[in-house]
Design a protein around this ligand. Structure first.
Ligand code: BGC
Ligand code: ZN
Length: 368
């Protein structure tokens, strides 16, 4: 069976590998599910891994199969699997439980271990392959009606976790009635965050660098949200004009924006969710007194969030379904760059970050 693999740490090492077929017995206790991969989404993480900046091979191996945004169809299930049937569409969680406390509680997204296990990223092979076997507890069923957009579930789960954390944190206020949200960044995560926040009835402003109109700004407006270009309007001016946000979701990949957003955009008692995985070494000069004072006097919270657990995948399914009902066709417009076949991995990697690209994904096998 074919797979797209890299040698972690070695730049541009993506290659087609030949792997043995997985077996249901690879998972103990009869809980294995054999999944045929249909589509796999790629993102900046895959690009960093291929650049040799990120990623780790499973113990005892020198290669890592790429791909953490997998969407597939169940071919067979072990005798102890309940509720997942051949023919079901499924998406696998990215993190597998390690040995830490939260891992044992089935919340590996909150692990305190430094060496966590992530499919296609860290020490577990990913989904850019023909088939994989995973423990049933890590799989979420995608309803038939969401088949076309199911490849968006993993990035949606990351958004769901961030929003869930924000709401959980705001229970500190006893009563919290958020009205206004700001989303920083209009890539896949920013757009999905805008969608999920609109689904919750919030007024949403999304900020991006580019001048509108372009596809991403049109997608923001199609949600009944507004788009503001930070190239033209500072966060400070935008907040003065539109009001401050009760909730800010940061997904630009540009860490310096965090400081201005916390001071100028986030309102009193507000919460800001940070989701950008910024692998670089960037440093900036920060007005630290102002930053600190504003957080203190405003009772503001900044929270980092990564990955997602099963409940967030399930929340993602519900939000994708609401979006399909409320904004028909909107999710499909995010699927801008399909690439056919595992063999075309170089083309797919090359498209990441290309102008106009929102979701780049590989069609691994035709449905059927
Ligand atoms: C994935 C997350 C993962 C994170 C850090 C992201 O691209 O979507 O699931 O936890 O990278 O490795
Ligand atoms: Zn991803």
């Amino acid at each position: 069976m074919k797979a797209v693999a890299v040698f972690p740490g070695k730049p541009n090492s993506a290659h087609l590998a030949e792997l043995p077929e997985p077996s249901l017995d690879d998972v103990a206790g009869g809980r294995g599910v054999l999944v045929r991969v249909v589509r796999v989404g790629l993102d900046g993480t895959d690009r960093e891994i291929d650049a040799g900046q990120y990623g780790a091979a499973p113990e005892g191996e020198d290669f890592l199969v790429l791909g953490h945004e997998g969407f597939g169809i169940v071919e067979a299930a072990g005798p102890a699997v309940r509720g997942i049937l051949p023919g079901d569409h499924v998406v696998s969680r990215v993190r597998r439980a390690g040995s830490g406390f939260y891992d044992r509680l089935d919340m590996p997204d909150l692990t305190t271990e430094d060496t966590y296990l992530e499919h296609g990223i860290s020490r577990v092979h990913g989904f850019l392959t023909e088939r994989y076997v995973e423990d049933a507890r890590y799989l979420t069923i995608v309803p038939e009606g969401l088949r076309e957009v199911g490849v968006l579930l993993e990035p949606t789960s990351v958004v769901e976790k961030g929003i869930a954390q924000a709401f959980e944190i705001q229970r500190r206020l006893k009563v919290w009635r958020p009205e206004r949200a700001a989303v920083l960044g209009v890539g896949t995560i920013g757009l999905l965050a805008a969608m999920a926040l609109r689904n919750r009835g919030l007024e949403v402003t999304a900020f991006g660098l580019e001048e509108p109109p372009f596809l991403n700004s049109e997608l923001v407006e199609a949600l009944g949200a507004s788009y503001v270009s930070t190239g033209r309007t500072s966060l400070e001016d935008a907040a003065r004009e539109l009001g401050r946000a009760d909730l800010v979701f940061e997904a630009t990949g540009f860490s310096p924006i965090v400081f201005d957003a916390a001071v100028y955009l986030l309102g009193k008692n507000g919460v800001m969710v940070l989701s950008s995985v910024t692998g670089g070494e960037r440093r900036v000069d920060v007005g630290s007194d102002r930053f600190n004072l504003d957080l203190v006097l405003g009772n503001k919270v900044l929270v980092g969030t990564v990955n997602a657990n099963g409940e967030h995948f399930e929340a993602g399914v519900r939000d994708l379904a609401v979006a399909e009902a409320r904004f028909p066709g909107w999710l499909s417009r995010l699927l801008t760059h399909p690439v056919r076949g595992l063999e075309a991995y170089q083309e797919a990697l090359g498209l990441l970050g290309a102008p106009g690209a929102i979701k780049v994904y590989v069609e691994v096998s035709p449905e059927g």
